[in-house]
Design a protein around this ligand. Structure first.
Ligand SMILES: CC(C)(COP(=O)(O)OP(=O)(O)OC[C@H]1O[C@@H](n2cnc3c(N)ncnc32)[C@H](O)[C@@H]1OP(=O)(O)O)[C@@H](O)C(=O)NCCC(=O)NCCS
Length: 134
């Protein structure tokens, strides 16, 4: 929740949602640590039925950004989802979030379209995906 609060402000997931993502049978959370301190986190959901794994959130504390931690979290999410046998990685990202859009496109994600009004304040999101096959 410290990472959520620092990185997403009022747009953060609720404590209830984070607890559900940590404890759920169809979701998991990864954390990035530096010197025993949590500096980033990623949350994923998946459906074995559809074969789809969703990157629900990746966040790195501001003072630790730009050093490859976001990319490392994304790669770890993909490895975990791949090991669960999932065939497609998906996500939604704010069209104006340049850092995140670059993170995803530079790691092989394609923009499938724009979801208008995806966020509660009306902002649009890109729908992105990547085949899990290497
Ligand atoms: C998006 C975020 C997770 C990136 O984390 P990070 O640790 O700084 O990212 P990395 O250092 O691993 O960078 C990986 C790639 O992301 C892109 N990127 C990262 N920061 C960027 C910036 N400020 N501007 C443009 N592109 C950027 C680049 O493509 C970069 O690759 P490169 O270094 O080879 O150019 C981080 O900015 C963040 O936590 N933002 C707030 C939360 C958020 O919006 N999350 C995404 C939506 S869920």
């Amino acid at each position: 929740m410290r990472i959520e609060r620092a990185c997403f402000g009022s747009e953060r997931f609720s404590t209830q949602t984070v607890l559900a993502l940590i404890a759920g049978e169809d979701s998991f959370t990864l954390i990035a640590e530096e010197e025993d301190d949590v500096v980033g986190a990623a949350m994923c959901m998946f459906s074995s039925e559809s074969g789809e794994g969703k990157i629900a959130s990746i966040a790195v504390l501001e003072e630790h950004r730009g050093r490859g931690i976001g990319k490392a979290l994304l790669k770890s999410c993909e490895e975990s989802l791949r090991s669960l046998g999932l065939s497609l990685f998906t996500l939604e990202v704010d069209v104006d979030n340049e850092a995140a859009v670059n993170l995803y496109t530079s790691n092989g994600y394609l923009i499938n379209g724009v979801i208008e009004g995806f966020y509660s304040d009306g902002r649009d999101a890109y729908s992105m995906s990547k085949s899990a096959v290497k």
